[in-house]
Design a protein around this ligand. Structure first.
Ligand code: MN
Ligand code: MN
Length: 289
């Protein structure tokens, strides 16, 4: 029997995701490996909830869709601009949140602060009845005012149970969308800010995959990850050291598909800030504080 409402489960997932984000950001330091940080955050979430997607660790001009592989040896270097994007779910109700930290320096403090400011300007606008484009406008205006550029081909999104990107897109620049927010909707707003051109392009493997078939051959993956994105690392529990071969096979058969690492086209540095929000009649609630 279900005693909790959707709202309470979103609250619970959001609280865990927010705490995991904060702990992860604090754990990033010079010389520590991406893998240590990813596993530290994922362990924190797994003790309290489930993973809605692999921890994304995106550094410098990489904007999104990178998680360390099982045998990843990359370590954080002084001056790196690091985006940590985490997702936790409780019974399919997802909290999605991200923040940016610079390792040991503060050359990009303005760029990092601008993503946070744009997110908070957007949050001030959110309430039932507001057009999506008003959120986009608030984000873009703040970023331009601060002398930077929004990343145009990454966007916020609505969330539904077991569905991370559930239909509504929230661009980071003004563009007529028409659609208005409704009370009770759950959305993630995620400004990406750069000193480059504001476009990201695919660049190689990000070690994150999604199911692209319902075939019995991927039944175990479906069962474990509920159709949500999963990491190459996570498949070692199923396939052991044969995992790379297995992935190649499953991709060839089009049973799974990769997410590609997304990199700023001119090599611009990218910052990101993200919260999941619950839309109310007169405003909104930040679910991932
Ligand atoms: Mn996210
Ligand atoms: Mn998101």
């Amino acid at each position: 029997m279900r005693y909790m409402e959707d709202y309470d489960l979103y609250k619970e997932a959001g609280k865990i995701a927010g705490e995991a984000r904060r702990k992860g950001i604090a754990y990033v330091k010079e010389g520590r490996s991406y893998l240590e940080v990813a596993e530290y955050i994922e362990d924190y979430i797994l003790q309290r909830a489930e993973l809605a997607f692999p921890v994304n660790i995106s550094v410098n001009s990489t904007a999104a869709h990178y998680t360390p592989s099982k045998h990843d040896e990359k370590v954080f270097k002084r001056g790196d601009v690091v985006k940590i994007d985490v997702g936790a779910h409780v019974d399919g109700y997802i909290g999605d949140t991200a923040a940016t930290v610079e390792v040991g320096t503060s050359l990009y403090a303005d760029l990092i602060e601008t993503a946070k400011m744009a997110l908070h300007e957007a949050i001030r606008v959110v309430k039932a009845g507001v057009k999506i484009e008003e959120i986009s406008r608030a984000i873009e205006e703040k970023i331009i005012e601060q002398g930077f550029v929004p990343v145009k081909n990454l966007q916020g999104h609505s969330l539904e149970r077991y569905n991370l990107h559930a239909g509504i897109s929230i661009p980071n620049y003004y563009r007529k969308m028409g659609r208005r927010l409704k009370e009770g909707e759950v959305i993630a707003i995620e400004p990406f800010v750069t000193n480059g051109d504001g476009i990201v392009v695919d660049e190689g493997i990000g070690n994150i995959y999604r199911l692209s078939s319902n075939s019995p051959m991927v039944r175990e993956i479906k069962k474990r990850f509920h159709g949500l994105p999963f990491a190459e690392r996570w498949l070692y529990d199923i396939y052991g050291e044969k995992t790379p071969l297995k992935i190649a096979f499953l991709m060839k058969r089009r049973l799974i598909a990769p997410y590609f690492k997304l990199v700023e086209v001119k090599g611009g540095i990218v910052s990101q800030a993200e919260h999941t929000l619950y839309v109310k009649q007169d405003g909104c609630e930040i679910l991932t504080p």
